[in-house]
Design a protein around this ligand. Sequence first.
Ligand code: GLU
Length: 444
Amino acid sequence: MTVVARFAPSPTGRLHVGNIRTALHNWLWARRNGGKFILRLDDTDRERSSEENAQSIRDDLAWLGLLPDEEHRQSDRFARYEAALATLHAAGRVYPAYESAQELDLKRKVQLGRGKPPVYDRAALHLDPAEIARLEAEGRRPHWRFKLDTGSSIEWDDLIRGPQHFDPALLSDPVVRREDGSWLYMLPSVVDDIDMHVTHVVRGEDHVTNTALQIQMFEALGAAPLAFAHEALLVGSEGKLSKRLGSLGADALRDAGIEPIALLAKLARIGTSLPVEPVTAPAPLIESFDFATFGRAPARFDMEELAGLNARIIHQLDYESVAPRLPAGMGAEAWAAIRPNLASVGEAAIWWSIVQGPVAHRAAEQDRPLLAQAAEIAERMDWAENPWAALTGALKQASGRTGKSLFLPLRQALTGRDSGPEMATLVRLIGKDQSVARLRAAAS
Ligand code: GLU
């Protein structure tokens, strides 16, 4: 069996961390099994869907490296849904209903008032042809409901949640098509999953009840049931699905300097029993991906933790993988020296500009003689060997200073900063002439 997974966002907005996580899990599962990863755009809502959003979804997936093997869109497939509805109609599994939203609302209120579950009463099933004719003559158009088989319980073994049971008698026959002819997501999704030979549906646990209804649709259309994995939802560090998290997209994370691999490393593992690890490529995430490690409790997403993970990953990235994003002229030695100080790759440019200069720093009164001495020693030194060791060694002798009182004024004079990358590498990168000039300027 070839594993086929799909990520099915509605292009009614941009992706946020919650649905990026779902995309990732589908991609990991497909890759783990040498299977196929499909991007399906659920764009039956023509008003709210846009090509711009569809493109932003593709761009975000590309940035993350989650490239689909195929792409489909529901708006290309209306004829297929029409055909499926006809099949179900012929089999007596869909029926037209004419109640308005207000009438349905009233029915629900009455049922709740009597302490009953607000399940649709199937009144439309008992309309005789004369009543239907009268309703149509009033100008009413039907919406279509899928008729649930209430004979036995709906069951599946969820890859994350374990055995699931639903009593269909407690569920309303779902509306699959609106009176204006537009499709609700439920039936098209089933038709697509069948046509695209999807083997695994991996999505949020907000879809669990939909799955119960859709399992009967798969059966009614003669398809073998597939495997389902419903993941616990993502919550913010404060424990709720915050507004902020719901709108936190790839562009904001990119702007914050988050590496795609850091986001993948985090989203692959939070909510599972596996530790979040600073990996620099997705291979270990693919190899270890297993629904059995997923917990039932909500997965916590914390932006600060992500930033910390991001830094740990950047500190390991090799020069080749970041070179195109580094300032012109910045080589492998500079990257190796600077990367332990970075929270984002973009910050490398700050350190590189410090290396290149100019650096304006005027030392405190009491440090000026030391720096003048340093400039003199530096001027006479051979810069080729280990200039920092040589400079500080000689200066220690000459000045009698040690430790911070020796090193800090030098660092400040040479970089304009109190802290930063290893001075031993920095002075080599800065070069002799620039170093002497900076020491002199700080001493004057
Ligand atoms: N468009 C649906 C959603 O974004 C798809 C759910 C599914 O994966 O079937 O919630």
